[in-house]
Ligand binder design. Structure first.
Ligand code: UD1
Length: 362
């Protein structure tokens, strides 16, 4: 089987790590790892490859940043000759970023089979670029690997053929389970002088939160109050850093003496930081799952989630962006029943199931 595997951004690296591991023992799988270069800064890219023990990509398209249209189009143009040259049996994409959609479009245009990992998730909010990427990628995929039951329901509702859908569980959980022991050794708590459960973690990067000054100011208003009670560690995404500067919100941030802004963390440091925290505030998709698997309360600073399993298991709560509601939900911080969160979809074997299915199909 000749497979091209696509990565482009941080969450893609986490997902592909477990797929690559599951492929290791099957010599009959020839793989070409293509990095689109959507994420390129050391802290967003190389440090993840090192932590996750991923080999260097065979090809890097070095597409870099740009408008969504430019980024998608540039990836497509650069990726087409690679597919024509390598002649894969299938192209495997993960997640919902621009790199995912761009390479999926190349696959369908060149009539190469398309495999989508993490198919079927829906926030039902078409203002989110990721929702468009998910919908379009799923529509043209030949094999759809789904992380949770809601994803199967969504795909059925959209008329995707039953024979294409496989509920296999979450490959992010595979990676987390595999690297958890290694992450324990991270010295990040010592480095930041933190004590277990005496701090919160914040991540914020969604355009709908950080590209809009009113919404970002509302979130900061809530943080202003919360940080008076507890330290908040904020590994800042470059998009957010750039916008805070552009919107002249830096002064406001500096007034929050307990909001500790640090550069983006590598995977192992981040897992350790989250696993010892009291609460995580986030607008990320993957972090809602990772906190759930680690049994850490998560408050999602969004109006919706495409990962409803994290809500039904009781680990994640949607706060919206109203400051009073965020503060209230933080004050109601809850204890997680660790027994309840043993989801069979997070058993660490999703990648193995995926590879087994692919070997049967090809
Ligand atoms: C992208 C994904 C998002 C995912 C996130 C994970 C899309 C539409 N969005 O968002 O779904 O949750 O990655 O982090 O694909 N930048 C750097 N260095 C980098 C990469 C980006 O400085 O290595 C800066 C650039 O200024 C760039 C901005 O961050 O313009 C945004 O990067 P981009 O890849 O467009 O989107 P993300 O916000 O990272």
């Amino acid at each position: 089987m000749k497979l091209i595997l696509i990565v482009g951004t941080r969450p893609n690296f986490v997902k592909i790590a477990s797929i690559l591991k599951a492929c290791e023992k099957y010599l009959q799988i020839n793989k070409l790892l293509v990095h689109t270069g959507q994420h390129y800064s050391k802290s967003m890219n190389a440090s993840f490859f090192a932590d996750l023990e991923i080999k260097d990509p065979d090809i890097n398209l070095e597409v870099g940043s740009g408008s969504h249209v430019q980024q998608t189009a540039n990836i497509m143009k650069l990726f087409e000759p690679i597919v024509l040259d390598y002649k894969p049996d299938a192209i495997l994409v993960v997640g919902d970023v621009n790199s995912t959609l761009a390479c999926s479009l190349v696959a369908i245009k060149l009539k190469v089979k398309l495999i989508h990992i993490e198919a079927g998730l829906r926030s039902f909010d078409r203002n989110m670029p990721e929702e468009i990427n998910r919908l379009l990628t799923d529509t043209i995929s030949d094999i759809l690997f789904v992380t949770e039951p809601a994803g199967v329901k969504n795909l059925r509702n959209e008329g995707i053929g039953e024979s294409k859908i496989f509920l296999v569980g979450d490959v992010m959980a595979d990676t987390l389970k595999f690297f958890k022991k290694k992450a324990i050794k991270s010295k990040i708590l010592k480095k930041l002088k933190l004590k277990k459960k005496k701090y919160c973690v914040l991540t914020l990067h969604r355009p709908e939160n950080v590209d809009d000054i009113l919404i970002l100011s509302q979130i900061m208003k809530a943080l202003m109050k919360i940080q008076k009670k507890i330290k908040i560690i904020f590994p800042i995404h470059p998009r957010t850093k750039k916008n805070i500067k552009m919107m002249n919100l830096e002064i406001k941030m500096k007034q929050m003496s307990n909001l500790i802004v640090i550069p983006p963390l590598s995977y192992l440091d981040f897992v350790k930081l989250v696993s010892k925290s009291k609460v995580v505030f986030t607008d990320s998709g993957g972090i809602q799952e990772e906190t759930s698997i680690l049994g850490i309360p998560c408050l999602t600073l969004r109006e919706n989630t495409e990962r409803p399993i994290t809500i039904s298991l009781g680990t994640n709560r949607i706060t919206g962006r109203d400051p009073d509601k965020i503060i209230k939900m933080y004050q109601e911080t809850y204890i997680i029943d660790k027994k309840r969160i043993q989801s069979k979809f997070w058993d660490g074997k999703a990648s193995q199931r995926i590879i087994q299915i692919l070997l049967d199909l090809f």
